[in-house]
Write a protein that binds this ligand. Structure first.
Ligand code: 13P
Ligand code: SF4
Length: 372
């Protein structure tokens, strides 16, 4: 079923990055007042640090050169100690770099897994290693906890492509048509919609509404992927992920021509002609599971570049072919900034409580959706 109609920024243009709201009053100062600032731990590289962090280095030795470990190891040691002292957890997205994903994260996953985990967190502080909408989702689900993001400028071209006012205009245009928002949206947008979805449950969420037509925003490509799998008529918004829209079907065909046995697996944020070349399409966690189950000898993961490093660290015998597109927003998160978060309690995610309460309804409706 093709897309019924679409609205929004012109197709094929990456929407300008709209600055994400940073920590505001009561922001970093308020979090520091509540939890207290700690002294900066020693970041000296010595034999003891080398010994203590050796088991963690073993996890990433295939993807982190030995020469880089003396820089990372003191941060890894300090962050892991501070997490205990602060009663904090680190939730990290699959696109985080290997030293974050493998050495300091308590939980890793795709957006749905991170949201589900955030709804169960027992710690006082959540440090979200991902982009701003992910940290907002954790805050929406944990209004009484301190949620920190190591760099609040970590945005997302999809989240920046649409505002709450845009959703209200769509509702006026299509009265009574339910609105589904990909979690890659701001809290303000989540507050205006009926339910959220992620790339791993988008079809299920759309069909759960029992409607003939659904407004699906803001990713035009995820919308057209869902439209290809359902009879529900999809009205889409023309946002796009600036990372996934760079892949082309031509480049994938060239890789495949050089090795017909090559497996191609893709994220549904890619354009339809790219997905047409893929042997499997799924969320970041779906892609990782696919590789674990199928153990291809050579594979391209058509998604953000760091994910191949993380799977490579776990499965060293698989050869990953890498057309390397990095998400500049995900890459703003680094070990030094995570350490600053835990020492100085920055940068706190703050959401207007009235907006958060309305956004919670659409996020919880998704989290509580049971497979049919
Ligand atoms: P996943 O939910 O599949 O992890 O996707 C999030 C994302 O931002 C992909 O670009
Ligand atoms: Fe947003 Fe794309 Fe980065 Fe994912 S990869 S966070 S969709 S810009």
């Amino acid at each position: 079923m093709p897309i019924l109609q679409s609205f929004g920024p012109a197709a094929g243009t990456a929407p300008a990055h709209r600055p994400v709201p940073g920590a505001q009053e009561p922001g970093p100062a308020a979090a520091a007042r509540r939890h207290g600032v700690l002294p900066m731990p020693s970041l000296e590289w010595n034999e003891q640090v080398a010994r203590e962090t050796a088991p963690l280095y073993a996890r990433v030795a295939k993807v982190v050169p030995a020469v880089e470990w003396p820089f990372f190891a003191p941060y890894v040691k300090a962050i892991n100690a501070l997490k205990k002292e602060r009663n904090a957890v680190i939730l990290a997205h699959n696109y985080q770099t290997p030293e974050i994903y493998n050495c300091v994260a308590d939980f890793v996953g795709d957006s749905l897994q991170l949201a589900r985990e955030a709804s169960k967190v027992d710690a006082d502080i959540i440090v979200q290693c991902g982009v701003h909408f992910m940290a907002e989702t954790s805050k929406i689900l944990n209004p009484d906890k301190t949620v920190l993001i190591p760099d609040s400028r970590a945005g997302c071209s999809l989240a920046a492509s649409i505002t709450g006012a845009d959703v209200r205009v769509l509702r006026e245009k299509f009265p009574g048509v339910p609105v589904v928002a990909y979690v890659n949206t701001s809290a303000e947008v989540k507050a205006e919609v009926d339910i959220c979805c992620t790339s791993s449950n988008a079809l299920e969420v759309v069909e759960s509404l029992g409607a003939e037509r659904v407004i699906f925003l803001p990713d035009q490509y995820l919308a057209s992927y869902v439209a290809s799998l359902t009879k529900v008529k999809i009205i889409a918004w023309k946002g796009a992920c600036e990372v996934h829209e760079r892949f082309t079907a031509d480049e994938l065909r060239r890789y495949r021509d050089g090795d017909p046995a090559l497996q191609i697996i893709a994220h549904p944020e890619c354009p339809p002609d790219v997905l047409a070349e893929a042997d499997y399409t799924g969320s970041t966690a779906g892609m990782i599971d696919w590789v674990r189950r199928n153990r291809p000898s050579r594979v391209i993961m058509v998604t953000e570049c760091s994910m191949a490093d993380n799977v490579q660290a776990e499965l060293p015998d698989i050869e990953f072919v890498r057309p390397c597109n990095l998400c500049p927003h995900m890459k703003r998160i680094t070990l030094p900034k995570i350490l600053d978060s835990l020492v100085y309690l920055k940068e706190e995610v703050v959401i207007d409580p009235a907006i958060a309460a309305r956004a919670r309804r659409s996020v919880e409706r998704m989290v509580n959706l049971r497979p049919s």
